[in-house]
Design a protein around this ligand. Structure first.
Ligand code: AHM
Ligand code: MG
Length: 338
């Protein structure tokens, strides 16, 4: 057993996506690859600063509130600025939608490109003070040739996205992305400053053993959700084990685990949050896109999420996603109570 030599053929995200695009002949200009570089820069900045946050006392209220009227943490403000600046400077974007900005951002002609990016720069930020994983979620649309880059270009079904993904900031930074050709996971090599392919072709198991819901909202849940949860906690078949509960309350972390281990993640609409909590454009769509690309299902309970045609940029939706068989079990309860 000799000393292990370092690998000399590293597959970085940039290299991998460029290869894939060239092979499919879908982005011969490399524009999407350049755009993804801007997202990688934001991810690297955040990976570094999420860790540093407590140390340098970045954490705390910045004295501003976001569109939804929630308190905004300082890191939310920073991450939003970084993301917008990097995307604008890439010269590849036309319209940006951020959870942190009430209005869409239209890129001036000088920097204008052919893509729209919808994103939540720092999702799950209420968890930061406790050191829990947070993440950046993004979805990318191509601007149709006939359009100058208008709001309608992002009010399109998620199925029309050309790429979607997230970066999870945890013990390592993991960037998981699909360009419509399966799902790949990359881990940030801190020394190289590059995202290296570590999880090629992620596939969700067809059935899992974990459910991930905020059951504290049970009082408000509608009958199909109550019925489904009951069925996995008290299986009719005596020999079947009940499901395990795992809920972090940070969508990237809960979805990341679901992609790798299988099971079901749900944030339903209920009697209190009539439209649900999660945002369609930059939370539900990207995660639904990844889920389907990994062989799973993403639904509102009655409708495929990626088929929804958005009417406003910050609209909310009910979300259930994960292993095919688990999500179909849930859908049966919606059919039963319809
Ligand atoms: P945020 O965008 O304000 O961070 O809220 C989104 C988060 C998701 O990451 C997570 O799935 C959900 O809210 C958790 O909500 P709850 O605390 O109601 O369970
Ligand atoms: Mg969010």
């Amino acid at each position: 057993e000799g000393q292990q030599l370092p690998k000399t053929d590293l597959i970085t995200l940039t290299r991998h996506v460029l290869d894939e695009q060239l092979r499919l002949g879908s982005d011969v200009t490399g524009d999407l690859t350049l755009l993804l570089t801007a997202i990688q820069v934001t991810s690297k900045f955040l990976a570094h600063n999420v860790r540093k946050a407590r140390l340098i006392n970045l954490v705390g209220l910045a004295g501003e509130t976001n569109v939804q009227g929630e308190d905004q943490k300082k890191l939310d403000v920073l991450s939003n600025d970084i993301m917008i600046n990097a995307l604008r400077a890439s010269g590849k974007t036309a319209v940006l939608v951020s959870e942190e900005n009430e209005e869409a951002i239209f890129i001036e002609d000088r920097y204008k490109g052919r893509y729209c990016v919808v994103f939540d720069p720092l999702d799950g930020s209420s968890n930061i003070d406790a050191g829990v994983n947070v993440g950046t979620i993004f979805g990318i649309y191509h601007v149709p040739a006939s359009s100058p880059g208008v709001i309608q270009d992002v009010l399109r079904p998620g199925s029309e996205m050309v790429a979607a993904g997230y970066t999870m900031y945890g013990s390592s930074a993991n960037l998981v992305i699909s360009t419509g050709n399966g799902v790949n996971g990359y881990t940030l090599d801190n020394a190289l400053g590059e995202f290296i392919l570590t999880h090629p072709d992620i596939k969700i198991p067809s059935r899992g053993k974990i459910y991930s819901f905020n059951e504290g909202n049970s009082k408000y849940f509608y009958p199909p959700v109550v019925g489904y949860l009951e069925s996995i906690k008290f299986p009719a078949d005596e020999k079947k084990a009940p499901y395990s509960a795992r809920y972090i309350g940070s969508m990237v972390a809960d979805v990341h685990r679901t992609l790798l281990y299988g099971g079901i993640f749900g944030y339903p609409n209920d009697k209190k949050s009539k439209s649900g909590k999660l945002r369609l454009l930059y939370e539900a769509f990207p995660m639904a896109f990844l889920t389907e690309q990994a062989g799973g299902i993403a639904t509102t309970g009655t409708e495929r999420i990626l088929d929804i045609v958005p009417t406003s940029i910050h609209q909310r939706t009910s979300v259930f996603l994960g292993s095919k068989e688990d999500v179909l079990d849930l859908v049966k309860f919606y059919e039963k109570y319809a």
